[in-house]
Design a binder for this molecule. Structure first.
Ligand code: XMP
Length: 525
């Protein structure tokens, strides 16, 4: 968002795997920051960005190599505090007149170091380290091949580890700080304190709050859109919902939401979305009930990829059909988040900068000649949730588990039939009810039932049954990229199986999926 009213911190990315975590730590401290690849940060960019402080990230390159990544000289001349991390430390030392040595050099000067290490303080304590060394030493995470061999003029050492004599260095006059380890990772348990000290000494007041963001986002949406019309595809998920409510606050009824109901939603889901948006928020909403179309086209389809492609194709066609009915629409709103737009530094293969962009309704804006409104593109997922709370969305809605675009289709391996979907909906509702009743919903990242394409023999009362088997899935995860199964107690599993078999006609066998990801995926298809 240009034209900001809050303080800004710039993270110059030199390609570390964990640069995003720096941003996470800072956002948790209510500090607004942006990550930009070093290739993009030139003098003009720096002047325009006007950072109140700068962080140099780590990176895989070696400053001893000619042509290795560097910040522009202006970064040092702006007079703002700088924190260099790992490669960022080495860059700072080399640029300012110190010396860095490469490779594994044992003894004396320092060696390559990977993993946990302990830093002990020098005699002089500095503001950056307030709250550190309370037990005499501090656990940190090291991951470096090169090391600083001679400090740049003006710098002194404030912490050492057995293999890193220059673990913490600083030029207090210029407020330049440089550390060999990674304070942003989990394995540096007190790392957040170090960031907290850095932003405090840089003068940040913690002005990045969701209520400030809300005001600013509304102003900018109005500026961008004027009196033109905006269409927003609602999925019922948190991101598109928060985007819709925010845009509606900004431009009122010039926003129309289109909710494509593909007949693959969970029990009561369509009704809940429609009630909330149309009745509670008074947002103009088209409920495109196209379940006949989707389920018709999916008849007889068993291949998971064909299912996904069919749904994707129909979704775009349907969305476009309804969007075309909205006269003078010039903008399409999307719930794109910051992790989708961070330009990551790529050192291997392809162009030097890879831009990950996420289109919920891929390709549509160009096809329909629409411009994009993406009011969440600076937020992380938990910030979207905080903004949703700020906008008054119910907590039960904001905390909902993710639900995939193709819906129940990918939880129904084999052929999708209306009967199976109905059984699946009921079983899923019982399972989620159980999880809520036991107070486990917020501990679990995602939970659902899959109905299996097998029927098994059972006995109920005195009779034989021949019904479907189902699998319960519940995982813990941070971002869905990796996941572990949730360790329910046997009591919970037993009680849930009994309830599903008693309450859901059509299921006579319940299994629990204990596969992690990898090697499994979260969804069954
Ligand atoms: P997998 O099954 O790949 O899922 O481990 C990881 C996460 O992504 C969700 N998912 C999707 N979300 N469209 C979506 O919006 C999709 O096509 C899709 N496929 C999987 C899945 O629910 C899990 O949270």
């Amino acid at each position: 968002m240009s034209d900001q009213i809050h303080d800004r911190l710039l993270i110059i990315d030199f390609g570390s795997q964990v640069t995003q975590l720096i941003a996470r730590r800072l956002r948790e401290l209510s500090v607004y920051c942006e990550i930009h690849p070093y290739q993009k940060v030139d003098d003009a960019f720096l002047r325009d960005f006007a950072p109140k402080a700068i962080i140099f990230s780590g990176g895989p390159d070696s400053v001893t190599r000619a042509g290795s990544p560097r910040p522009p000289q202006l970064a040092y001349d702006l007079g703002v505090p700088i924190l260099g991390i790992c490669y960022g430390q080495q860059v700072m030392m080399q640029d300012l007149g110190g010396r860095v040595e490469g490779g594994k050099i044992s003894g004396g000067g320092g060696t390559a170091e990977f993993g946990r290490a302990y830093v002990t303080p020098s005699d002089e304590r500095i503001d950056l380290l307030t709250g550190w060394f309370l037990d005499g030493r501090e656990q940190v995470w090291m991951s470096h091949g090169d090391h600083v061999a001679a400090l740049a003029p003006g710098f002194a050492v404030y912490g050492t580890s057995p293999n890193a004599p220059f673990a913490i260095t600083a030029d207090l006059d210029r407020r330049f700080f440089a550390v060999q380890f990674h304070p942003e990772v989990h394995h540096t348990p007190n790392g957040k304190t170090l960031y907290e000290n850095f932003v405090r000494l840089a003068g940040f007041t913690g002005d990045w709050t969701m209520s400030a963001y809300r005001e600013e986002a509304i102003r900018l949406i109005r500026e961008q859109v004027g009196d033109k019309k905006v269409i927003c595809g609602l999925s019922g998920g948190v991101d598109s919902s928060v985007a819709a409510v925010l845009i509606h606050e900004a431009i009122g009824d010039n926003l129309t939401c289109v909710f494509v109901d593909h007949g693959l939603l969970r029990q009561n889901e369509a009704q809940e979305v429609v009630t909330m948006f149309r009745d509670h928020y008074n947002i103009p909403l088209i409920h495109a009930d196209e379940s006949e179309l989707f389920l018709g086209e999916l008849e007889g389809v068993t291949d998971p990829e064909v299912k996904r492609k069919t749904i994707g194709r129909l979704f775009i066609d349907v969305f476009q059909k309804y969007a075309n009915q909205i006269e003078n629409a010039e903008f399409l709103a999307q719930g794109t988040l910051y992790p989708d737009v961070i330009e990551s530094v790529s050192f291997s293969g392809g162009p030097s900068v890879t831009i990950k962009s996420h289109h919920n309704v891929g390709g549509l804006p160009e096809k329909m000649g629409l411009k994009l409104v993406e009011p969440l593109r600076e937020l992380f997922k938990d910030e979207v949730r905080a903004l949703g709370t700020e906008l008054g969305l119910p907590a039960s809605f904001i905390g909902r588990h993710p639900f995939p675009g193709p819906g129940l289709a990918i939880r129904c391996p084999g052929e999708i039939t209306r009967d199976k979907l109905e059984i699946l909906r009921k079983a899923d509702a019982v399972y989620i009810d159980q999880i809520r009743k036991h107070g486990l919903y917020d501990e679990i990242w995602q939970a659902f039932v899959a109905i299996l394409p097998v029927r098994t023999v059972g006995v109920m009362g005195d009779g034989r049954t021949y019904d479907y088997a189902c699998a319960l899935r519940a995982v813990t995860s941070v971002d869905g990229m990796t996941a572990d199964y949730y360790p329910f107690t046997h009591d919970f599993l037993g009680e849930t199986a009994t309830r599903i078999i008693n309450e859901v006609e059509g299921i006579n066998r319940v299994t629990y999926d204990i596969t992690s990801k990898p090697p499994g995926t979260i969804e069954w298809e």
